[in-house]
Design a protein around this ligand. Structure first.
Ligand SMILES: [Zn+2]
Length: 272
């Protein structure tokens, strides 16, 4: 099946930013990217993006592309705003076209439930609106508002990779349920060809960066902590090295490195 993910707006779209300057597109595109990564783990799914990092693709072009590609579902991802300054408006809502198409309504309900149960934010419910992307798409379409950029608490979530990933996981879980998606089989690791036991002296360590300047290491360390990774700084050969784990089992180190890679870090695993 074909899924089109639409990160609302573009990087330079006027307005569409939090009172402290986060661009809505930054959040929307991150969720779309995480969702694509997760959807790539399912069989017979092709994901298209309606948006582009290079330019703000007009709405008409987005829906034309969806119609020409004959995608099966159009999922538009947004962050909400109540005016241009801080306010207490909060929570998550998902929209379908006012005629409440059955398929879209069913998917929207699943997305809304997944988002609420995974984030714990206020449930504003499934609503209807005459939005362009809901009206001009020939297929079922939903538009998700994943929290308020204008809420002082929710903007912190919207900025965090953890929350962006959680939103993507919620959306993909709902899509998988709605379309009965089947996961691709995971590759089995090949059995070790060598019967010779390797000495288990050292540990497999995951290093995310090495710097001459301590404050650079501290900045990376803070980012990792913010993303939920325990880490520590080791001083070695005149460098400040930021490491996130030490394991007896190489697979555990590789798994952690992959998680970090998935969200944009460039770790490497070594034995010491
Ligand atoms: Zn928006």
């Amino acid at each position: 099946m074909k899924i089109m993910l639409d990160a609302g707006h573009g990087y330079d779209t006027p307005g569409k930013r939090s009172p402290d300057g986060m661009r809505e597109y930054e959040f929307n595109r991150a969720v779309a990217a995480y969702a694509k990564g997760l959807l790539d783990g399912y069989q017979n799914v092709t994901v298209y993006f309606a948006h582009s990092d290079q330019t703000d693709i007009p709405l008409q072009q987005r829906t034309n592309n969806a119609n020409n590609l004959r995608v099966d579902i159009f999922v538009s991802i947004h962050a909400n705003a109540a005016g241009g300054s801080w306010s207490s408006a909060e929570g998550i809502e998902t929209f379908v076209y006012p005629t409440r198409p059955q398929g879209a309504l069913s998917l929207a309900t699943k997305i809304q439930n997944q988002l609420i149960s995974r984030t714990g934010l206020r449930n504003r419910g499934v609503k209807t609106a005459d939005f362009h992307v809901l009206r001009e798409t020939n297929m079922d379409a939903v538009l998700i508002e994943c929290g308020f950029m204008t809420n002082p608490n929710e903007i912190k979530l919207l900025r965090s990779e953890n929350y962006r990933r959680t939103c993507a996981e919620a959306i993909v879980a709902a899509l998988a349920d709605h379309f009965n998606l089947v996961k691709k089989p995971t590759a089995q690791p090949a059995p070790s060809p060598s019967p010779t036991p390797t000495p288990q002296t050292g540990l497999y360590k995951v290093q995310v960066g090495a710097f001459k300047q301590r404050n650079n290491a501290e900045n990376l360390s803070a980012r990792l902590t913010n993303d939920g990774f325990n880490n520590f700084i080791v001083t070695d050969s005149g460098l400040f090295k930021v490491q996130t784990g030490a394991f007896r089992n190489k697979q555990n180190a590789d798994d952690l490195a992959q998680k970090l890679r998935n969200i944009g870090y460039q770790p490497y695993v070594f034995r010491a």
